[in-house]
Design a binder for this molecule. Structure first.
Ligand code: CAO
Length: 425
């Protein structure tokens, strides 16, 4: 079966996390992704957070499935020739270098366009145009500058970053959507275009409910925030709201049976208005169904701490899974706090390919996330990440059509291999 992006060739200059998540997704949809890496070094993540000596790290392998790797020194004159040939034959160049790197390499947008007017050039940067456009950025910087950190955590504590990589992987998703949209537009215009996604923009986009609340503040306190019920005045910026729900239906994380020893024995519980009467019956407060202090959502807002404390008395008598079963029977929205251990062992996630087991020649078997987007006519099979330069000769011959003589010449130029050590060493 062909895949959605079969026939699309991606020149992948991405590294670390944000860019590689984008190109991995495109590879899962069937694109031929050629990852260009520095000879001898490769993507820096190959050697970061290594759990086994001299083996590509999980950091690298989990972000670079289904790709081919070519090593190429793009600062070497012969390397520039190879890069020019790759630009001619690829549909999309994806990069997340620091600002200005592609220009310094000698391949600004204008030059790429003159080599291949159909090429789409897709970039991730930390910031869009403005005062910070020249800054290098990693995940947590994006979370802090995109509004997520100032609104995450508890009111009386530090700003917090979240474990979900919304700056890197979130922006990778945005870029992937920009690329397929540009590919679609190209079918009409016949032209390539620049696609850029900034990490700050991506995080702010995901934090939009807090931008909403910033504007609501001008018209009075945020009544669904716990702080309102606690009588604590609001300042002029959206405060951190702990585990309060970000929507119109109040919710909290509540203790479940075993919380004293299990750090994840909790459930997220939402007091959706539509099921309020069922909640009252389950927790043993049937009079709250008609009591003026509890019956209507607006009356409950100043009393959320008291209400959730009462619900917690009930959840503490159940495990998080028992509570989930009981509450779901009555359509009460809730979710157990699942640990990574529980998720990696979850057979239903294995069955759908959301968690996959992959075999790697030097690492052996490991688990990874698979494609979170499922398509009926474009199934994703996860194949292992490439070893550094594993496909260099294959790409030179098969993709670029170079002869054995040309390949040997390129090797001799030093464009493909790390500088050889002196014989005396
Ligand atoms: N051949 C020769 N040189 C190569 C090369 C190749 N194949 N591939 C990369 N290089 C060189 C580049 O030319 C550049 O050199 P110069 O600075 O001399 O021009 C250098 O390697 C790479 O620079 P960089 O700025 O991209 O890398 P860094 O490690 O200093 O910074 C990062 C990393 C992530 C902070 C930066 O790339 C960045 O800000 N990227 C944009 C934002 C982003 O995606 N961040 C997410 C990272 S994941 O948390």
């Amino acid at each position: 079966m062909t895949k959605a992006l079969t026939g699309v060739r991606i020149l992948d200059f991405t590294h670390v996390q944000s860019g590689p998540t984008c190109t991995q997704l495109l590879a899962w949809f069937g694109a031929d992704v050629i990852k260009v890496e520095r000879p001898g070094v490769g993507d820096i993540t190959r050697g970061q957070l290594q759990d086994k000596p001299n083996v590509d790290s999980l950091y690298f392998t989990m972000l670079n499935h289904n790709k081919r790797s070519i090593t190429l020194d793009t600062k070497n004159p012969k390397g520039k020739e190879v890069l020019t040939a790759l630009i001619k034959t690829c549909d999309v160049l994806v990069e997340n270098f620091g600002p200005g790197v592609l220009d310094r390499m000698g391949f600004p947008w204008e030059k790429i366009q003159s080599i291949n007017p159909k090429m789409i050039v897709a970039s991730i940067k930390g910031f869009g145009p403005g005062p910070y456009e020249d800054c290098k950025v990693y995940e947590n910087v994006a979370q802090c500058t995109g509004g997520a950190a100032s609104t995450t955590g508890f009111r009386d504590g530090l700003p917090l970053v979240t474990g979900a990589q919304i700056g890197d992987s979130g922006t990778g998703l945005n870029l992937a959507l920009g690329i397929v949209t540009a590919l679609y537009q190209r079918t009409v215009t016949g032209k390539g275009q620049k696609v850029t996604a900034s990490m700050q923009d991506g995080v702010l986009n995901l934090a939009r409910v807090k931008l909403r609340d910033q504007q609501r503040l001008a018209h009075g306190p945020l009544r669904e925030y716990s702080q309102f019920g606690e009588g604590i005045p609001f300042g002029d910026a959206v405060p951190r709201a702990g585990n309060d729900s970000g929507g119109g239906q109040p919710g909290r994380i509540l203790k479940c049976k075993g919380w004293e020893t299990d750090p994840n024995a909790y459930i997220y519980f939402i007091t959706q208005a539509a099921v309020w009467e069922k909640i009252c019956d389950i927790i043993g407060e049937p009079t709250w169904k008609t009591h003026p202090d509890y019956a209507k959502p607006a009356a409950r807002l100043p009393r959320l701490n008291e209400i959730f404390a009462r619900i917690e008395q009930w959840t503490m008598t159940k495990t998080k899974f028992e509570a989930m079963d009981i509450l779901n029977k009555d359509d009460i929205p809730c979710g157990p706090i699942l640990s990574m251990k529980e998720l990696i062992e979850d057979q239903s996630l294995r069955a759908t390919g959301t968690v996959v087991e992959v075999d790697h020649p030097t690492r052996g078997k490991y688990f990874s996330v698979g494609n979170p987007i499922k398509m009926s006519d474009s199934p994703s099979e996860v194949t292992r990440s490439p070893l550094l330069g594993e496909h260099t000769d294959e790409i030179l011959r098969q993709v670029l059509g170079f002869s054995d003589h040309q390949v040997a010449e390129i090797h001799d130029s030093g464009a493909l291999d790390p500088p050889r050590k002196q014989a005396a060493e």
